[in-house]
Design a protein around this ligand. Structure first.
Ligand SMILES: Nc1ncnc2c1ncn2[C@@H]1O[C@H](COP(=O)(O)OP(=O)(O)OP(=O)(O)O)[C@@H](O)[C@H]1O
Length: 233
């Protein structure tokens, strides 16, 4: 392990971000180790999605560094960052409705070059049955499977997932929880999540944001509990 990486697949320091004149994130520090599951919680508008967008290259930070394996990602395109194995699953579950599930999945692999169908179809056997269906016909749960499947097809080292369980049935939430646990054997995950029982069951660490600032970092097992996180929502 080199001194430059510090064992961190992601090391965010002094990160600030804004939409035009409107400042949204202030001096954020986040560290994620290889194969660690990191939760991010906070009220609506706290800046959680903005944090993921700033890491993934969809919004250029106004200050700070976002280092992955010794490389600063600030200023790199979202496409280049995806190509480095950092995959972002946005909250909006947007798919290409007129393309098939297979075509949607293949689009996710373009930035990576190298891809592996096996984990996708093992984690989401339902997608196998749906491969030739147009993505516009999928249910909310199936869309989320497609979004995550698309991200893991390219064998990521870090997955950034924004509110994956929002609006989904409990059985699908339970399935996603198992998938994230299994995925963490080969990749690190940062998951923005309001479902506290779900995120506390799988996270090694939880960050809480409030009004664009980091207000808590929970690292001990006994702290990573819904009742401890609840005040941050
Ligand atoms: N594209 C945008 N342009 C301007 N302001 C934005 C934009 N996106 C988000 N914001 C504002 O930035 C702040 C943080 O939003 P963000 O979506 O990051 O919060 P969040 O914690 O993810 O909230 P939620 O849980 O509601 O998704 C909010 O005040 C929001 O209104």
């Amino acid at each position: 392990m080199s001194a430059a990486t510090n064992g961190h697949v992601l090391d965010v320091k002094g990160l600030s971000a804004a939409y035009g004149e409107s400042k949204v994130l202030f001096d954020i520090a986040v560290a994620v180790r290889d194969r660690e599951v990191v939760g991010c919680v906070g009220r609506n508008g706290a800046g959680k999605s903005t944090l993921l967008k700033s890491i993934a290259g969809f919004l250029r930070p106004t200050a700070g560094t976002v280092v992955s394996d010794g490389v600063d990602l600030v200023g790199r395109t979202a496409y280049a960052i995806a190509g480095m194995g950092i995959k972002y699953v946005p909250q909006d579950k947007k798919v290409f409705s007129d393309l098939t599930v297979r075509e949607n999945l293949e689009l996710g692999s373009y930035a990576s070059g190298d891809y592996d169908w096996d984990p996708v179809l093992v984690f989401f056997p339902k997608l196998k049955v749906l491969l030739d269906r147009k993505a516009g016909y999928l249910s909310g749960g199936e869309r989320q499977m497609l979004m995550i499947g698309r991200a893991i097809l390219g064998k990521p080292k870090l997955l950034l997932v924004d509110e994956p369980t929002e609006g989904l049935a409990p059985s699908i939430v339970a399935h996603l929880k198992d998938v994230f646990r299994e995925l963490s054997k080969s990749a690190a995950l940062v998951i923005v999540e309001q479902n506290l029982p779900m995120i506390c069951a799988i996270a090694d660490k939880i960050y809480a944001l409030n009004e664009g600032r980091l207000v808590a970092e929970l690292t001990e097992r006994e702290q990573i509990r819904p009742e401890v996180c609840e005040p941050y929502l």
